[in-house]
Design a protein around this ligand. Structure first.
Ligand SMILES: [Fe+2]
Length: 292
């Protein structure tokens, strides 16, 4: 609210000085416009379209040109197939309103706009209501392979198609229901398990390491390094719940499930058995990080 913007307009969005769009008044004006869409949106109402520029559509297309082959090589096949079922076009950024009917028909989820990162509890509780809070803005066109914050490329390339999978939808719903009655420490455990599975989970498929998490699917850099970058740990929700995460850098360790179904069933069971509860899990000293 205290950043300079076009005359007469209040800045809704704060960009750090090292953000690629910090010195671009056109970009900042559009970020404000897109943030206003989210702030003025009422849940359950149709989601207004975001006004993407040709430069932003070009970012989407450029990223897909690199991610497409990476997905075919490194992402679990069920999730790649769902991208086609959702109709995720590669040349234009889809609007949330265009994807929601197919998403809702498949799993009961819909995507609603949010201005930026939100508290873990807010994000998770909305999942329990069948709502996935999604940013609509696009990273700055000068750096198509870099974003300091989750943007619509992360939401749509990473999450949208996966949410059509019944097992992924079940994990999201279970997490959301739990967050609605959780203490702060319990939300921290839930958000960590969410992070290491829905956001950055890995699974074996026919003996090969494959990406599941949205943070991997939407990042050329993270996806290209899964085999030789992070320390690979065995799938263990109790251990994940006790392990903080850093959303600002490449992930130093990731957890590998024996299969996609083993991951999804394992997380849902972990939630439903209440192993995130205070008194059941080890004490947590750090709060939950943001989720998006
Ligand atoms: Fe995400």
């Amino acid at each position: 609210m205290h950043q300079e913007g076009p005359p007469g307009e209040v800045d809704l969005v704060q960009l750090d000085r090292d953000h690629p769009g910090f010195r671009d008044p056109v970009y900042r004006a559009r970020r404000n416009h897109i943030a206003r869409i989210a702030l003025e949106h009422r849940s359950g109402q149709p989601v207004p379209d975001a006004p993407y520029t040709e430069a932003e559509h070009a970012v989407w297309s450029t990223v897909w040109q690199t991610l497409g082959p990476l997905h075919r090589a490194h992402v679990v096949s069920d999730l790649v197939d769902l991208q086609d079922r959702l109709g995720l076009q590669r040349d234009r950024i889809p609007q949330l309103s265009a994807l929601n009917p197919r998403l809702f028909a498949a799993s009961g989820f819909r995507m609603e706009p949010v201005a930026g990162l939100v508290a873990a509890r807010t994000f998770l509780v909305r999942l329990g209501q069948g709502v996935f809070l999604s940013t609509q803005y696009v990273r700055h066109h000068s750096r198509p392979f870099y974003t300091p914050e989750p943007d619509v490329l992360h939401e749509l390339i990473g999450h949208a198609a996966s949410l059509m999978h019944p097992g992924v939808a079940a994990v999201n719903q279970a997490m959301g229901r739990a967050a609605g009655v959780a203490t702060e420490a319990e939300v921290a455990r839930l958000s960590r398990v969410y992070w290491y599975t829905v956001e950055f989970g890995l699974a074996l498929e026919a003996g090969q390491l494959r990406a599941v998490g949205a943070g991997l699917l939407s990042s050329c850099g993270e996806l290209a390094r899964i085999h030789d970058g992070p320390e690979l740990r065995d799938f263990d929700p109790d251990a994940m719940g006790a392990t903080p995460y850093d959303p600002t850098d490449y992930q130093p360790w990731l957890y590998v499930a024996p299969s996609l179904d083993a991951m999804l069933n394992g997380v849902t069971r972990w939630v439903e058995e209440g192993r995130w509860r205070d008194g059941v899990a080890p004490p947590v000293t750090e709060g939950a990080g943001p989720l998006c």
